[in-house]
Design a protein around this ligand. Structure first.
Ligand code: ZN
Length: 187
């Protein structure tokens, strides 16, 4: 659960990073930015800010902004009928984005959010800097994280299917619920 006030604050911080990235959006597009807390009520640690600017039957494009040391939870895009699942490319525009996929454990620069080890099984680290990108095949689990400066990445994909995404952490609720965050949750 996230309060509108908290979302407003996190999106305001994200807009400053977005400005640094040089990627321009209209005021209307900027106003459409949302923060997702995935039902965990600690969006500054596990969550993201996202501005979706293409969402058609075939194509999705989003600017994803991670605040300093914010982590996007481990998830994958499952098969849906004939659709093999969303293929997604992350391209770094600003800062450093640490990306994790299945494979040999090479995690050194990033960190697993405290107490969440079992929900972050991908430990192969890929460091993306501006002009670098990485493509996740459909169904491949992945998570990603900003360093202490925050990061802006573009997510270019086949059709956006956010509500079908699967998460390693079973407590995740993908649809954002708004309300007053219990003060203890961010502690
Ligand atoms: Zn993804």
């Amino acid at each position: 659960m996230i309060s509108r006030e908290e979302e407003k604050q996190l999106c305001a911080e994200a807009r400053l990073l977005l400005k640094e990235s040089g990627l321009d959006f209209s005021d209307t597009e900027l106003a459409s930015m949302v923060c997702a807390d995935f039902g965990l009520s600690r969006p500054r640690r596990e969550g993201l800010q996202v501005l979706t600017f293409i969402d058609t039957e075939y194509l999705g494009a989003k600017a994803i902004i991670l605040l300093p040391e914010q982590t996007m939870l481990e998830h994958w895009h499952p098969q849906r009928g004939e659709d093999p699942g969303k293929e997604e490319t992350l391209r770094c525009l600003y800062g450093v984005c640490r990306v994790y996929v299945p494979g040999e454990e090479t995690l050194t620069q990033g960190f697993i959010p405290e107490g969440q080890e079992e929900y972050y099984t991908c430990r192969k680290e890929i460091i993306l800097e501006p002009t670098e990108q990485y493509t996740f095949a459909p169904g491949t689990p992945h998570w990603f994280q900003a360093d202490e400066a925050g990061t802006v990445v573009l997510s270019i994909s086949t059709q956006v299917t956010d509500l079908d995404d699967r998460f390693t952490n079973p407590s995740v609720v993908r649809k954002t619920v708004y309300g007053e965050t219990p003060p203890a949750a961010e502690a």
